[in-house]
Ligand binder design. Structure first.
Ligand SMILES: NC(=O)c1ccc[n+]([C@@H]2O[C@H](COP(=O)([O-])OP(=O)(O)OC[C@H]3O[C@@H](n4cnc5c(N)ncnc54)[C@H](O)[C@@H]3O)[C@@H](O)[C@H]2O)c1
Length: 273
């Protein structure tokens, strides 16, 4: 497989290590880096991917990435990278694993991406990311009548730099506090850096308006805890996932990278599961 990556941060570099460990060697690897970052990324990639593939390229835009003829592109960069690069890649007929799922909370961008994929005959694959059970939620969705509530809980300091600071004394908090209740659309608008899980649940299940979100600061939280409950006429279930932060970016759970690896493996191996 000829693999393309957009972004060369924590998820991308961890993914390359996991591909090597699982014996999955892309025939070619191309990385789309921010303009200006290409020389630094090229130097890092030469070292990081030496044992993974003999053929690696760094490019600075979607046209450059398309010239490397990728079979699959993994976007692991940012909301702005989704908007800047994915429409052209999808329109060219290349499937994309979009890790920045929260970008889909922007309804106009979601419509653009869907139109580009339809036009190009390409698929947008949204990985489960930091949560699990997405298979069951997506399976239940067509039955209708879904009620989904997601609770995202983190230690107080992990909410620094968000609107939570205006309603909570993060350093003085001694007990669990729910500081946001609203729809997945409102949560993504107010807490865009925490939008990925709510967006994934919304897209798999009941949609952005109906999916409920609670955000919680909890001094006793062991890390980032994602829990959600699903009620439907067909089945009810609840999930709770305690994630470890990844070494390269504490905001990204390491299980997210494994979920991206799963999407790539499912396209490289003969059995997909
Ligand atoms: N789906 C999920 O559950 C989930 C979980 C964690 C992270 N994410 C998302 O995955 C993305 C990457 O996470 P990470 O931990 O690797 O972050 P990171 O900050 O470690 O790496 C991102 C890299 O992408 C690069 N980048 C950003 N915008 C770019 C652009 N327009 N063009 C080219 N490169 C660009 C940055 O320079 C950086 O090197 C983020 O958008 C994050 O929100 C999703």
């Amino acid at each position: 497989m000829r693999l393309g990556l957009i972004g060369y941060g924590n998820i991308a570099t961890t993914l390359l290590g996991l591909l090597e460990r699982t014996g999955l060697h892309p025939a070619h690897l191309s990385v789309l880096a921010r303009p200006g970052n290409a020389p630094a990324v090229r130097a890092r990639l030469a070292a990081d991917a030496a044992a993974l593939t003999r053929s690696a390229t760094v490019v600075e835009d979607a046209a450059g990435l398309l010239r490397t003829a990728p079979d699959l592109v993994v976007e692991c960069a940012s909301h702005s990278a989704v908007a800047a690069h994915l429409p052209a890649i999808l329109r060219a007929g290349v499937d994309v694993v979009q890790v920045s799922v929260g970008a889909m909370s922007d309804a106009a961008l979601e419509a653009d991406l869907r139109a580009a994929a339809t036009e190009g005959g390409a698929r947008i694959v949204l990985p489960a990311g930091a949560v699990g059970g997405i298979d069951l939620l997506a399976a239940l969705a067509p039955a209708g009548g879904l009620e989904v509530i997601y609770r995202g809980s983190k230690p107080p300091r992990a909410w620094a730099g968000t609107p939570a600071e205006a309603v909570l004394d993060l350093d003085g908090l001694t007990e669990r506090r729910v500081f946001f209740q609203g729809s997945a659309r409102e949560a993504a608008r107010d807490y865009p850096k925490n939008a990925n899980v709510a967006a994934t649940l919304a897209l798999a299940g009941a949609g952005f308006e109906v999916t409920r979100v609670e955000l919680i600061a909890d001094p006793s939280a062991p890390g980032n805890v994602h829990s959600y409950e699903v009620r439907s006429p067909v089945a009810n279930y609840r999930m709770e996932i305690e994630n470890l932060p990844s070494a390269g970016n504490a905001k990204t759970s390491v299980s997210t990278v494994y979920s991206v690896l799963r999407e790539v493996r499912n396209r490289m191996e003969v059995v997909a599961i």
